[in-house]
Design a protein around this ligand. Sequence first.
Ligand code: GLA
Length: 388
Amino acid sequence: MSDAAAGGPAERWFGDCFGGRPEQVWRAPGRANLIGEHTDYNQGWVLPFALDLGVTVAAARRGDGVLAIRSRQAPGAPADLPLAALVPGAVTGWAAYPAGVAWALRQAGHPLPGGASLAVDSDLPQGAGLSSSAALECAAALALDGLHGLGLPRPELATLAQQAENDFVGVPSGIMDQSASLLSRAGHALLLDCRTGVTADVPLDPAAAELALLIVDTGARHALGDGRYAQRRRECEQAAARLGVASLRDVTSPAEAGRLADPVLRRRARHVVTENGRVRQAVTLLTGGDLAGVGALLYASHASLRDDFEVSWPEADVAVDAAMAAGALGARMMGGGFGGSALALVPAGWRAVTAAITAEFARRGWPPPAFFPAVPSAGAFRLRGGRR
Ligand code: GLA
């Protein structure tokens, strides 16, 4: 475990900011998503996994009713927020995520008396589509839950963290990222049925298959709050309403989606229906030990996100096509879209793929992308103090 993952820098940062030692230290990972994109808010299926990069929160109770938050990545922007004054819109920037979690916990009837001091440290790149904000929410949620002895079940913490993001920060994201951060198991992807909340651990061990899952941070930055993500959500709701179903989860065949007269809504619905199908096929393949077979599904997912859902971006398309041409078994854009990272399933010695992508970026005069292997890792865990 790296020093960051072991919590050392976060503990020292706590001492620098607040003096003394933290009572509890929690770490929540970022996530990659193997497959199942833009299906979560359509009550469908997703198959993400936790990364070994994440956010660490070192925390202690206070007595003055203040939520004091210090980020090692933003040392010039301390936040001291009286809990009683937390209302949606009152906090902006990175501090809104942990503050939103405190707000959501209080809304749910947990007043967090006395407040808390949170020292935050992260080794996740921001804006890369790896859910650094969900990781921050989840680490803060576990710390506040732990410090105040609430003992809330993790699926409930995931819902509260999503509420923080939706209603306090104002980003209309689904439940996938928080669930992946809180519920994943090492060596597995997390199959989540976003309607029922039922989860299953699906074996995902690329190294055992002499393969690797490679994250390509394309360098293009996205913002879920910029309106295009929300627009996709609205289009999906409209499509479901016109088809007379509660959500696109209930549309079981592409032919049914084909009944929509509006060509845009028809394409959006077709993506969601076919993507839900791909998630279930991927689970069948992985359960049968055929990770290589998932490659074709990844590329089909990319084509669907690019052509039907229209959320891909030029750097992702170039990275995916270059990866495929250089021997990747599959590749696709990942996350909400319009920027961030792609994911490629590649042979274990993946230099040919990274060299090919880098060359294509250079040919276009784009800054070089960053690469790192995505290792399916454990969901959030406690590093120090507390009961679990
Ligand atoms: C973002 C959101 C998730 C999900 C994905 C798209 O990561 O936070 O809830 O909707 O986009 O699959």
